[in-house]
Design a protein around this ligand. Sequence first.
Ligand SMILES: Cc1ncc(COP(=O)(O)O)c(C=O)c1O
Length: 453
Amino acid sequence: MSIEMPALDRDYAAAFPRSRELFAEALSRLPSGITHDARWMDPFPVFVERAQGAYKWTVDGRRLIDYWMGHGALLLGHGHPAVTAAIAEQLQRGTHFGASHPLELEWARLIQEMVPGAELVRFVNSGTEATQLAMRLARAYTGRTRVAKFAGHFHGWHDEAVSGYKGPYGVTATTGVPQEVLSTTIALPAGDAAALRQALGRGDVAALIVEPSGGSWGAVPLDRDFLQLAREETERTGTLLIFDEVITGFRLAPGGAQEYYGVRADLVCLGKIVAGGLPGAAVAGRADVLAYLAYRDPEWNRTKKIAHQGTFNANPLTAAAAVATLRQIKDGEAIRRANALCRALGQGLNRALAESGVRGCVYWQSSMFHIALGLDAEPSPTGEPPRGVEPGVLERLAKGPETLALRKAMLLEGVDLMRSGGFLSSAHTEQDVAETVAAFGRALARLKREGLV
Ligand SMILES: Cc1ncc(COP(=O)(O)O)c(C=O)c1O
């Protein structure tokens, strides 16, 4: 007896035949046919061959309105003319000098001008490297071993970042990391003041690292008062506060979450937007902490200095893209435009939900939105997250079967959601927002018809 494929999967397979073929080949070349866990998708992901502005085109010739925006790296959209021109010009001059160069200074100067407290900057190649270096700096500075974080907060995939990332918390998030290493990171319940005080009160925590807008790029929000409390408690106990601004940096405000919330961290990890859409990242913050990377006398260099290399650190091509991008973002106009579009989109999506009769709530912050499909909650006209939701529910909904079905239904309608939400850019238009809202209405009607919500 053959099991019939659900209509949604059948239509999806028919709409993206070339992607399906490429995925069959990918399975023999790449584990699960993919290169990043978040790109895994059942029955197969779409393959994209080109992108411009707010759109990308699949190998099947379909145009998608893109809400991945380079995993959040492209605040200015795909192929912004100033960024492309800077990269093209740099290509003629050379991609790697194996030497110091003026563009890295310009890049660092822009970061210092925009990010509060960025007294010194060290460049690395990814957000993962940035959090790893920030943790090492904190350990060197304080002489303490442990790092505290919040359950559900993502800080990249290195060994010391993976404790308590995915639920059920308390269980190893990944195999392949020694228990000794996992146990150096304490994962605390997010928003729990008593647990925070108790953990920091032990006096052996080098740093508290946090996604300032909340776990999973704000899908599970933290509030400003709690961040402020985290600042006070870290200060009181001699613990460094690290803001992981890989997502929020240059998106919430030109000065990131520190500017947006009015809370100052000791170190910030910058990724994604900071590198203008090419691979690159940075750690910025207090000079007396970054001093542990600096050369001094031979005794210090041998015993105290943090060793830190990286072939592609601040490579000229990334630096060119980064400088062009940060110059565009500095006056806040691109951020304000993306924010306004996100507000219109969030309100439109909530309207479509109400009209469809499907339960759910869309909430947003700045230019990031989240769709909690299946949640019984009154949406806020200003995008405030739903209140009083039991711990774990938002995370579960974000990864639930309804959300995956929605993503496929939206792809059929020409919209690529980043799983349960997405990122707006300054390249999106009011027309894109209107098309997305209409597509969402049709996708919800399909899911209802097929009994998937
Ligand atoms: C908050 C946060 N920190 C760190 C990282 C890791 O950055 P990367 O993927 O560049 O290693 C990410 C990636 O999405 C992130 O969202």
